[in-house]
Design a protein around this ligand. Structure first.
Ligand code: ZN
Length: 144
């Protein structure tokens, strides 16, 4: 499935019009979207797994798994929520509460049926650029 044009223009601006791998400046038509964690390794079409790359890097990278994909996906997820390209339709939580939970995420727990991000207190389930479910997992005896 080809990502929508609007998604590409978002990522083009987010990644400062540069290839993530070699930092080359790219014109819009030169830029391609690459799955940072390759699809063959379980990578999804979510905006936090899509990055801007030049055609050269896209070709040489193929299906290798970058060492820092967890960190990158966590960061891009946080940016995506801030930019409101990641939506949440969870009436139990206000946008402010969700923002707060998202900011404290520090690990990628799983990529399965959902992409699961986790903070010390919550687990967030994401699918198709949308937060589908939030589960409270306890606060480890802290009283925050
Ligand atoms: Zn490049």
């Amino acid at each position: 499935m080809k990502p929508k044009k609007s998604l590409k223009s978002y990522i083009y601006e987010r990644d400062e019009r540069k290839c993530r791998f070699c930092s080359k400046h790219l014109k819009y038509h030169q830029a391609s979207l690459d799955h940072y964690l390759p699809k063959s390794q379980g990578g999804t079409n979510d905006v936090f797994n899509l990055i801007l790359s030049c055609k050269n890097c896209n070709n040489t990278k193929k299906s290798s798994v970058p060492d820092d994909y967890e960190e990158l996906m966590i960061n891009l997820f946080k940016i995506g929520v801030r930019d409101r390209v990641i939506k949440a339709s969870l009436p139990r939580f206000s946008a402010k509460e969700i923002d707060h939970m998202v900011e404290s995420i520090d690990r990628l727990e799983a990529i399965d049926k959902y992409v699961v991000f986790q903070s010390k207190t919550h687990r967030l389930y994401i699918k198709n650029n949308s937060i589908k479910k939030i589960v409270y997992i306890g606060s480890n005896n802290s009283f925050e």
